[in-house]
Design a protein around this ligand. Structure first.
Ligand SMILES: Cc1cc2nc3c(=O)[nH]c(=O)nc-3n(C[C@H](O)[C@H](O)[C@H](O)COP(=O)(O)OP(=O)(O)OC[C@H]3O[C@@H](n4cnc5c(N)ncnc54)[C@H](O)[C@@H]3O)c2cc1C
Length: 565
């Protein structure tokens, strides 16, 4: 009885401790523009943006507002992305919800559309309703990373798979499974079968090698599940422009990686450059052709288009030039961090675009912003890097840790342990560790997840009284009436009625202005909605179509009285 009482008391004390230890949720606050507090706006929810916001949350209390704008509501742990191909890391294993990571930051899940440095504002894309959304700032942090840009490489935008974010990883995985499914039943066209079973990765840097290793392991492993595929038919080719892969690493490690990948069936083409692509082949610089339906390209990343368009000091490759304190040169209270920034390294060079550097830069930047606001001293970025690591799949890797080269199983064990500890949150770490352990014993998943695309023309329905859009909204799409009627209202006064076969909303898109009228549904209404991006593509490539929209807009718009823009 005595022991039972002691155990019960201990359990009670533990329970109270757990309750006390729980983080109290921050008070509910509506996003507003009038708090009067200085505001730091961080653009981008990758390593640089998230770690800057997290460090700021720890440094300041309520004396200023932190707002983070990110296209997605999750943070992607990019080093594990290649494992999504093989399913060793599940989709949710590599992402963390930003709201949980940053409880005191105001998150805007929107796309940044425009930045006005003169008026210190950021405009984000429209959400469910096309209201203009403008954020003012006192401090602005660029953490937008870089983008994949295949422009100038013939056929790559149409036919090559990029590999930069979660959607890329999932799209590639689905495509690979689709190719295997097709090959397994293709008995008539032997060339098609060959193309379906040939997988080409261009780029022998870290991400190219990791993608190639995972892809190779995956297709060879799952081939056994297809009665119609002989694993000997599978070809995986790595194309690299230099005389050895992994140029960032010591030669000894790169040669180890080459030997290992070749032993596992990868053909490595060195001093070979991808020049162009079609839907059926990768074309190399020396004129040779690799017949394939799967081409992945990890070409070096390009400058972010938003940064490209701004008058900022930039290097030749489009990265924003900052001084050692991460301040953008020549500007006040504008900072840049991570892959989009060209940050001076302590050895006199430029810090490499890696997550380990982005996170360290973020910590320095947060301290400097806090110091700037409170009148303290700014400190320079002085991190020299701890090492480099690259996974080669199936329990092998190469690593240089504090200058010491390690390869094989030990490097792989280090790679996994270090990245496991870097994944944000203990809950996620436990899940990933469990999934990695199970993965040692279970066969890889072969499920193809078909996701319907959300872009393109959509059909929408409105009921009488409902507004399709409001005067002053941002112009985000053109509408074509399939059935029903609408009234056009300017300042609450009816100025026109439109019905079946007519369209509206074109002027705001053609002239880049806001809506000059409200459109209200008067009879049950079905419309085709053509988003701005698709409208721009169509009207840029079909001059006749553009002319007819322009003519209608001009006819309606000189005094802008009859049709809504
Ligand atoms: C496959 C792969 C593997 C990698 N492996 C490693 C590794 O093992 N070790 C390592 O150190 N580094 C690795 N890296 C590099 C590392 O991931 C990057 O250096 C790091 O992600 C840079 O962080 P960032 O925040 O600057 O950019 P990103 O992580 O690219 O973040 C940019 C953010 O900006 C957001 N964004 C972009 N445009 C807009 C917009 N218009 N509106 C709103 N939001 C926007 C994006 O959604 C994203 O959240 C890897 C990269 C890849 C692609």
């Amino acid at each position: 009885m005595f022991y039972v009482l002691i155990l019960a008391s201990l359990a009670l004390v533990l329970w109270v401790l757990v309750l006390l230890g729980r983080r109290r949720p921050p008070p509910v606050r509506m996003p507003s523009d009038d708090s009067g507090k200085p505001r730091i706006v961080i653009l981008g929810g990758g390593f640089a943006g998230i770690y800057t916001a997290a460090a700021l949350e720890a440094l300041v209390r309520d004396d200023f507002e932190i707002v983070l704008v990110s296209k997605e509501n999750h943070f992607v742990f990019q080093p594990l992305l290649p494992e999504v191909i093989s399913g060793k890391s599940g989709l949710v294993d590599v992402v963390s919800p930003i709201r949980r990571l940053l409880p005191r930051t105001e998150l805007h899940v929107r796309e940044v559309e425009a930045i006005d440095l003169a008026s210190q504002t950021v405009t984000t894309s429209t959400g469910f309703h096309p209201h203009p959304h403008v954020l003012r700032y006192e401090h602005l942090v660029f953490a937008l990373g870089t983008v994949t840009d295949f422009r100038g490489l013939r056929g790559l935008p149409e036919h090559a798979f990029p590999f930069k974010n979660l959607t890329d990883a999932l799209t590639l995985r689905n495509h690979i499974i689709r190719a295997l499914e097709e090959a397994a039943i293709e008995q008539h066209d032997m060339m098609l079968r060959k193309r379906l079973l040939t997988f080409v990765v261009a780029g022998g840097g870290f991400s190219g090698v990791e993608v190639c290793a995972e892809l190779n392991d995956f297709v060879r492993h799952v081939a056994g599940s297809y009665r119609g595929i002989d694993p000997k038919e599978i070809r995986v080719v790595l194309v690299h422009s230099q005389d050895r892969i992994l140029p960032e690493m010591k030669e000894k490690l790169a040669l180890f990686a080459q030997r290992l990948l070749r032993a596992r069936g990868v053909e490595i083409l060195l001093n070979a450059r991808l020049k162009a692509a079609t839907g059926e082949a990768a074309l190399l610089g020396d004129g040779s052709v690799i017949e394939t339906r799967t081409l992945v390209s990890t070409v070096p990343a390009s400058a972010h288009p938003l940064i490209d368009a701004l008058a900022l000091p930039k290097t030749k490759n489009g990265r924003v030039e900052v001084d050692a304190t991460l301040a953008v040169k020549g500007l006040t209270n504008v900072w840049a961090v991570g892959d989009c920034a060209s940050v001076p390294a302590p050895d006199g060079g430029i810090a490499p675009p890696t997550a380990q550097h982005a996170t360290r830069q973020a910590e320095v930047l947060a301290q400097n912003i806090a110091a700037k606001m409170r009148g303290g001293t700014l400190k320079p970025f002085a991190f020299k890097g701890l090492g480099k690591m690259g996974s080669l799949g199936r329990q092998s890797a190469v690593a240089e840790v504090l200058g010491i080269p390690v390869s094989g199983f030990l490097a792989w064990f280090l790679w996994r342990t270090i990245y496991l500890m870097k994944i944000p949150g203990w809950g996620r770490r436990v899940k990933v560790a469990a999934s990695w352990t199970l993965d040692l014993f279970l066969p890889p998943e072969l499920v193809e997840l078909k996701l319907a695309g959300t872009i393109g023309v959509t059909q929408e329905h409105f009921e009488p009284g409902q507004k399709v859009f409001h005067q002053g909204d941002v112009g985000d799409r053109v509408y074509i009436i399939l059935t029903g009627k609408v009234d056009v209202l300017r300042d609450d006064r009816r100025i026109a009625s439109l019905g079946r076969g007519e369209f509206f909303g074109e002027t705001a898109l053609l002239r880049e202005t806001s809506r000059n009228a409200t459109v209200r549904c008067v009879e049950p209404l079905d419309v085709l909605a053509l988003p701005k991006r698709e409208f721009s593509v169509l009207s840029a490539n079909l001059p006749e179509l553009r002319r007819s929209f322009e003519a209608k807009s001009a006819e309606r718009a000189p005094a802008d009285v009859t049709a809504p823009s």
